[in-house]
Design a protein around this ligand. Sequence first.
Ligand code: 0L1
Ligand code: MG
Length: 266
Amino acid sequence: LFPHVQHRPKAMDKLERYAEILDSAALHARATPQLTHTDPDLSVADAYRVQQLSVDRRLARGERRIGVKMGLTSRAKMLQVGVDEVAWGRLTDAMLIEEGTAMSRARFVHPRVEPEVAFLMKAPLAGKVTAAAALAAVEAIAPAMEIIDSRYENFKFALSDVIADNTSSSGLVIGSWNDPAMDFSNLGVYLEIDGEVKQIGSTAAILGHPLRSLVAAARLVAEAGEEISVGDIVMAGGITAAPNLAPGQTVRTTVQGLGSVMFQVE
Ligand code: 0L1
Ligand code: MG
């Protein structure tokens, strides 16, 4: 019909190219330069699009979405990485590490661990919601840990970089689920490595109250046209700075009144 039109493969969109770079860095556990080194104007909106495209690549390989994570929700985390805005990321089943088992250090670039609490959802949540509505949507709360592993060289990034990189999310370990009908606003938390206490904090470090993280998650997820769904896990965010992981370690987080959760590194 249009013989003058040449059929060339569609040039890969810039954001798709970034998504492929980050997905491949995660798959092969190889660090990559920060996107903002060559694209300093990469916007937060475009970074979230890169995140979505890179997680879509995982879903296309058969991974299943299991919820969302909130990141940079505590002062200690913001200070550790020099980024001071809350961000969110997507969780898939391939990131789950069964409680009490070992994770392979070789699958990661430079992993760190964060003590957290996780919510299990019994009702959908999206948009501007009150803390009471957020609590009513929670089925259970558990002690948890997130394995974060920036795909960037030297674990260094700007806000847009870390958002594009699924906010460093790489793994999660969930302990026993508890009834949320308790005051979990200020529970003592400690993280042990090989029986030595490395970090001490409180659930209050998560934006003053972990429910605020859930309220923020509902708003941010809705901005991307998505929702928190029934059965989702929501990781509320790191409570302390995140220590490095090395083979041979036994890592345990204890949250007052919620119990302990542990894994090993091999
Ligand atoms: O989950 C977190 O709070 C970490 C978000 C990304 C920043 C980092 O990699 O430490
Ligand atoms: Mg985290």
